[in-house]
Structure formats: C-alpha cells, structure tokens
Design a protein around this ligand. Structure first.
Ligand code: PMP
Ligand code: GLN
Length: 380
C-alpha cells in the first residue's frame, strides 16, 4: 500500500506527547473504567480462563450480546450462528470487508469517514466510491447524508455500503428517515450494509440510536459492528463484536479464523459478567452529554465556531477566526506545538482534498483535562 502513511491518530498522539500538549486528538478516555470490570477480569484469570476461547467468541458473552441487542433494538440474533467477538471494531471492519468484497467490487463510503474503511476495501481488491456528507446552513443539523447522491453512486458493480452513525468525526446521528432511505437503497439494489455502530450508546438530548438491527429487512443484509472499547472506557482492550445473519456470519468467520482466530479469554469472560447489568451502557449517553455540554460551554468563550454534536465523543470546530491562513492539518500542528492542545484535522477523514477548515476535538476526558485545554484555547 505505497500511498498509505501512518494513521493520523498515531501521528497526532505522538506530536502531543512530544510537545507535552493536552491530547484532545485521538479518541480515547483519559479516565479509568469501572473497577468492577477490572475485578471481573482478575476473577476470570484466577478461575483459569486463560486458554483459547472458541473461535467465534466466549459463549456467555455471545449470549449476552444477543440479549442486549434484542432488548435495545428488538431483533434477535442467534448467539451461536450470528454473533462473533472480534479484536475491536477495526478487525471487524477489515474482516467483514475481506469476507464480502471481491476484486473489482465497488463499495460506497460516506465521507467524512473513519480512516480504516478505504484501506480495508483496497486490501480486498475493491474500489471505494466516496460520497460526501453535506453541510447544511441550519445550525441545528450540521452534516447530513445526501441520499440522492448516494443513490446516484450505485452501479452494477456496487457490492456494499459503509455507514457510521453516530458519526466520527461529525457527531451526526442518523434519524428514522435516513434508515428508510438506507433500507430502500440496500434492499432495492441487493447490496450489503456494513454498519459501524461503535458509538451506539452515545446519543444526546434523548435521541434514539437508529441501529440497522432495528429494521428487520435491513438487518437481513447488514453486518452490524460495535466495540466495548467505547462503551466501557476500555479502548486498549480491543474487544468488539459483529452481528450478522447466519449466512453472512459464516463467511465472516472463514476470514476471522485466519486473521485473528479468537480474542483474549479473560476480557471476554469479564465482559459477559459485566453485561448482566445494563445500567453502565444505559447511563453512558447522559455521562457524555454532560462532558459535551461542559466542553461546548467552555468553547463558547473562544473564537472557535462549534458545529452541532448529536452523538459520539467528538466535537467539530471551525478555526477561521483564529488562523484563517492555515489548512486544517497545519492548524492542528500549530495548535499542538505552539498552544499545547492536540486535535485532529477533518481532512484526514477524506480521500480527496478537503478545505473545510474544521478540526475535531475529543471530549472523552476528565473535567480537569478539558479545563486545562479550554484555558489554553481561550487565549487564542
Ligand atoms: N469505527 C469508528 C467510527 C471509530 O471511531 C473507531 C474508534 N477508534 C473504530 C471503528 C475502531 O474501534 P476499535 O478501537 O474497537 O477497533
Ligand atoms: N477511533 C479513534 C479516533 O477516531 C482512534 C482509533 C485509532 O487510534 N485507531 O480517534
């Protein structure tokens, strides 16, 4: 992959470390997970759960995931034949893409897009076809998916569509009408949907998460991906999962068994225990809404322009009033080096040129960290 460099998240974290900057770039919490979860891992290790689990994932965990999805979205996946535990969402995305995309197939990717989708499609021999979200003038909506353009991008070679809602980096969350459009498009053209739902529990102002699993006809053609890293503040554990109909899961597992085989046992056993109580994920939206509101209130005293944020732990901000002369990448480097706050340039989420002059801050941080960053940003 000669054109591929190092992912922007590693680049910006390294720059933040080098300059001692407050790192609001790469998306990860700077606070710890629930100690009960760590105790559960210790218990699992002491109980001797230290060898390979089944290739498909620890059975009680697959059961717990199936139950959780059914309770939240009303669709029952079979825990044995339709749920697979993965090494985070990243491996799930790559594995699903390798399993479903043939050389020459086209895959529609909505931009701005998480940076692993297009390389995964390339590794499968497919071609990513990009459709850009549009920015509305409405200050309440921010980015929207232009469904006419998505429909226009479908060709006889189109195999799959990749979607991410709540969306990293825009904070956009699809609404019911988006799902209707999506269902028509996928079902009407016999496509598959890769639905990246890693931020499924971070929706604000009482919005409901529009999972592909809520829509049975769509779910029949979807691979739905999520990640415990986001939900339980353990991004370093790299445990995620895939829910897909049995026929798609069978293909997924053919690839999964040869690119990771399985995922560490004690974390899976601990997560199975921890999932018996739904309150940690049911209260996550309120938890992050408080962080969003705290950060946005502080940012209101700066010269940045804030876009709406319906979900995720990311906030997009315009910086034209601060340094109109810089590109987003140059601005992020300058901000990290000179002002001690790291962020991610929006252009990193586009394949082609993007001159939107927007940067992404991650607010999954302790209040002291956010205050420290805000103190620096208000001086600009
Ligand atoms: N998809 C999106 C949209 C993400 O933001 C992330 C987070 N890093 C991932 C996938 C990957 O998740 P994981 O860390 O579980 O591999
Ligand atoms: N998803 C996280 C982000 O968008 C980072 C993941 C990574 O570092 N690969 O910042």
């Amino acid at each position: 992959m000669p054109q591929i460099g190092t992912t922007i998240f590693s680049v910006m974290s390294a720059l933040a470390t080098r300059h001692g900057a407050v790192n609001l770039g790469q998306g990860f919490p700077d606070f710890d997970c629930d100690p009960a979860l760590i105790d559960a891992v210790t218990r699992a290790m002491r109980a001797g759960h230290n060898q390979y689990p089944p290739m498909t994932g620890w059975a009680p965990l697959r059961q717990a995931i199936a139950t959780k999805i059914e309770n939240l979205y009303g669709y029952r996946y079979d825990a044995d034949s339709e749920i697979t535990v993965t090494a985070g969402a990243t491996q799930a995305i790559l594995t699903a893409t390798l399993a479903l995309v043939h050389p020459g197939d086209e895959v529609i990717v909505i931009e701005p897009a998480y940076d692993s989708y297009a390389p995964a499609i390339q590794l499968a021999g497919g071609k990513a076809v990009f459709v850009r979200m549009e920015r509305t003038n409405n200050t309440d909506t921010g980015f929207i998916i232009p469904w006419d353009s998505v429909r226009a991008a479908v060709t006889p070679r189109t195999r799959m569509l990749v979607i991410n809602s709540p969306n990293n980096p825009t904070g956009m969350a699809m609404v019911e009408n988006d799902l209707k459009e999506l269902e028509d498009l996928i079902v009407g053209n016999n496509l598959y949907l890769l639905s990246d739902e890693v931020y499924e529990h971070m929706l604000f102002d009482r919005r409901r998460h529009e999972s592909a699993s809520r829509y049975p006809v769509l779910a029949e053609r979807s691979i739905v991906i999520s990640s415990f890293g986001k939900t339980f503040h353990v991004t370093g554990w790299k445990v995620g999962h895939v829910a897909a109909p049995a026929a798609l899961t069978a293909e997924f597992r053919k690839v999964h068994q040869f690119n990771v085989f399985t995922v560490n046992t004690p974390m899976q056993a601990a997560l199975a225990d921890y999932l018996t109580d739904p309150s940690p994920y049911l209260t996550l939206a309120d938890f992050y809404q408080r962080k969003r509101d705290f950060f946005r209130k502080g940012m209101a005293d700066t010269r940045f322009d804030l876009l709406p944020c319906d979900g995720t732990y990311f906030q997009l901000a315009g910086f034209n009033a601060v340094r109109e002369d810089l590109s987003d990448t140059a601005f992020c480097e300058w901000l990290t080096r000179e002002k001690g706050v790291a962020a991610i340039p929006l252009s990193a989420f586009y394949d082609g040129p993007c001159d939107a002059k927007l940067i992404r801050f991650c607010f999954a941080k302790k209040e002291t960290t956010l205050t420290n960053a805000l103190d620096r940003l208000t001086t600009l």
